[in-house]
Design a protein around this ligand. Sequence first.
Ligand SMILES: O=C(O)C(=O)C[C@]1(C(=O)O)C=C[C@@H](O)C=C1
Length: 363
Amino acid sequence: MSDTPVNLDELRQKIDRIDSDILRLISDRASCAQQVAKVKQGQDPDAVFYRPEREAQVLRRIMSLNNGPLDSEEMARLFREIMSACLALEQPVKVAYLGPEGTFTQQAALKHFGESAVSLPMAAIDEVFREVEAGAVNYGVVPVENSTEGVINHTLDSFMDSSMRICGEVVLRIHHHLLVADTTLRDKVSRIYSHPQSFAQCRKWLDAHYPRAERIPVSSNAEAARLVKSEWHSAAIAGDMAAKLYGLTPLAEKIEDRPDNSTRFLIIGNQDVPMAGDDKTSLVVAMRNQPGALHALLEPFHRHNIDLTRLETRPSRSGVWNYVFFIDFKGHREEPQVEALLEEVRLRAAELKVLGSYPQGVL
Ligand SMILES: O=C(O)C(=O)C[C@]1(C(=O)O)C=C[C@@H](O)C=C1
């Protein structure tokens, strides 16, 4: 006879036994993290407890070991939460994000740090920078680019004046919904609120389905959701978090024009992150305004066979240099060929600032 349980009671008893094992193992893991904290404190009284490179390695390892039936992303999300709780035992982590509550940036912060982190909404990107700089929070989360709408200039500009470093990145699939309240007259929607970026990401859908509705830009999707609560003829374009926060329901789901619509967010902090094995580096470089400046800047990347993942130009704010370039590439600043590259770029540039080397987003 097979010992595989066949009825509901037996299956539930089996699940109870497995849960007891999981409980014991998670508790063992948490005790281990407490010991790690003691070791870190013993090494350095100002020890940093959050270690992005280690977290990336743990999550990648879990994904590579996973044989289903849960898919690897789902499994990594579960481990994300276990690690988040373990880190909170070592030291509760405070994270500032571009608010208000219910924005995609809050979603990115939770995706990266897990639910055990304390997340605090800020009214503007430069406030997030200021809070981290002042030491009021440990880390900050800000959006930097969207696959449909391009770069978020406020974030790049904030890096020019700041000593903050990049400690990580998160990429979030952005799904927009057309949301209404219980009291909305669904066939009388004549006004739609959203953030200008979201309007741009859903433009074709809106032209096709609501060509005559007035589109009112507001400061965030969460604010759009809040406004809709009290208006019977209005709808908001926002994501799941804002819908949940304000108790709205979707009239139409996933209305973004591009199915791969995603936004990249950066984690800013005060620490230099060691190599994780699958890293990126971000730079800001000022070049003198002379012929061939861009070629001179990019040529060493080609020669050292370094994979550029992004290049943005911003007007210089000091007025002395005409071009400021934001460059992301694959590799860590401690790798020998990256060190050699940075040495060369430094000689050619008027100014070079390494914003950070950090693990590529895992989830
Ligand atoms: O390995 C460490 O340094 C730990 O503190 C343990 C741990 C974990 O739970 O795995 C927790 C927090 C860190 O950010 C990284 C990993």
